[in-house]
Write a protein that binds this ligand. Structure first.
Ligand code: PEP
Length: 247
């Protein structure tokens, strides 16, 4: 099964940051495992065009971090539509990251974001996850189920990847236990399988993945890859995550 290593740069990077990805690209091009995985980077909007042009026919694919809930052009100041993202050559977009949910993205908005992104042939990395309060109240499964049921539609079958990111784990160094994470991943897969009639749903994990924690996560075969925040801004850390995954 193909694995995914997705680096989410959040609000980081200038055109000079290309040098980070050049090192990652060089590593992949010489890696004996390179056929087993895909690397996708989601830089800020300001860098998408530069990175797409630079990595055309290379080993790194480029995506956006978000995509607006309308299709093409409108009078929404500051918004970027899926049509615009696609027109500069990005192939993926994150949708539903907890940073954006925190700023007001409801399930209804996310459903529209997913719909229009898919219509514009973007592959969607749809982020879900429970917060600490919900986890402590043992509501993790019901929260995840709701986040999936309220947004997914059958026609997304080929266009969606799920990223499970427990909010309490993002940027904190705290990670779920192996048992917890195995159960949540299997649970998410069963829901997506049922809803999309998809034989092999792709489910990634995100939350404090680094060159050390990956040694635990790699033992969970159900996980199809990782969404990596902090550690993706360092070429060494990002490369070490891939190296350690395969050793
Ligand atoms: C994220 O923001 O999606 C994320 C997983 O961040 P970090 O790896 O820094 O926890």
């Amino acid at each position: 099964m193909m694995k995914y290593f997705i680096g989410n740069w959040k609000m980081f990077g200038t055109p000079k940051s290309l040098s980070i990805l050049n090192k990652v690209n060089y590593f992949i091009s010489r890696d004996k495992n390179k056929k087993k995985y895909k690397v996708i980077i989601t830089p800020p909007f300001t860098l998408i065009q530069t990175f797409v042009d630079h990595f055309k026919n290379k080993k790194i694919s480029i995506g956006a971090q978000n995509s607006y809930q309308k299709e093409k052009f409108s009078s929404d100041t500051g918004a970027i539509s899926p049509f615009m993202i696609r027109s500069v050559g990005a192939k993926y977009t994150l949708i539903g990251h907890s940073d954006n949910r925190k700023e007001g993205d409801t399930d209804k908005i996310l459903k529209d974001k997913v719909k229009f992104a898919s219509k514009n042939n973007l592959k969607i990395i749809f982020c879900i996850g429970e917060n600490k309060f919900q986890k402590n109240k043992k509501k993790t499964f019901s929260v995840l189920k709701k986040q999936l049921m309220n947004v997914l539609e059958k026609k997304l079958i080929d266009n969606i990847i799920i990223a499970y990111e427990p909010i309490w784990s993002i940027g904190t160094g705290k990670i779920p236990s192996k048992n917890e994470l195995t159960k949540s991943t299997i649970f998410i897969k069963s829901i997506v399988k049922k809803m999309l009639k998809k034989k092999t749903p792709i489910v990634l994990y995100g939350g404090s993945v680094d060159e050390n924690s990956v040694n635990l996560f790699k033992q969970i075969k159900e996980i199809d890859g990782f969404l990596i925040g902090g550690a993706s801004k360092s070429s060494k850390k990002f490369i070490d995550i891939i190296k350690n995954y395969y050793t």
